[in-house]
Write a protein of this length. Sequence first.
Length: 359
Amino acid sequence: LLWAHAASFALMRIGFCRALENLPALTSSMATSSAEGVLSKRGRKNRLAGERSPYLLQHASNPVNWFPWGKEAFEKAVAEDKPIFLSVGYSTCHWCHVMERESFTDPSIGALLDQHFVSVKVDREERPDVDRVYMTFVQATQGGGGWPMSVFLTPELKPFLGGTYFPPRDTFGRPGFSTVLKAVAKQWSTGRDRLISQSKIIDAISEALAVNTQGDSTSSLPESGCVEQGFQTLEKVFDEQHGGFGAAPKFPQPVNLDFLLRVYSRHHSSKMGKRALEMSLATLKAMAKGGMHDHIGQGFHRYSTDKYWHVPHFEKMLYDQGQLACAYADAYQITKDKDFADTLKDILLYVSRNLSDEV
């Protein structure tokens, strides 16, 4: 938890504005003429047909005038004085495909995007630098983030509004994507100064979270009080009955488990250390017994849709397997409980069988 926050804080303090300046220079090397050639050859409807990313190619036939991240899109936004709609996702993202099916294949929504915005599609696995910069903004302003990531930018690439998945139409009190597009377009034409002032929020966040980067190299390291604060934060949201932190949907959050196990390692005789171990072991056991753990195909799904760890979101990520393997290995080393070792072997079997290339 602390490491994740520290990384985000450092990005906002040191690199956000610099990152915005550098991102345009890191554009796709695919030539426009090449894209147009593929368009005419394949009969595709937008420029993504000329890209190599499987995720971008999945959107190549959308009735949306998608641009890949690059100079052509940025110049169009400046020339036509339009905001940029940035959509970031990846090929195995479930909700990315849902939003495409519901919104990006809808001609009426495509018409709204083409009339009022310059639409840019990014594969986060191809451009993690772009994803990282704007995810920092979304998390800081919305309290969380995820994919698909939907961000509205000025032509200068400064974000002023961000979110994740939007349903196509208003439902259950939640604004639909078409409603959001119309509202942003209206605000851009009638109250742009207010939107632009919103884009400066990252400066205020950076100032509030400023850390000392001068002098001795250890001067900006977290003090011991930060460890206690991180522990207390996790303890407040710990689910005593089912393990894990917070309500549904429940993510494994291996970084938090790793943090708690290290709190125990350093303070194993204290009340805080014993409690840290109790929370981490209870969570690891609950996840291993639940449906998020694939008891037939091995490995762990990305998260549980309920608080009981019963119903998984059917998507498995390599980075989850790697981090959870470390957590279960640490738990076994501490407890010598065979169940943790068996779960570790289960994860490694899945990775070696399904996520590894043949030598």
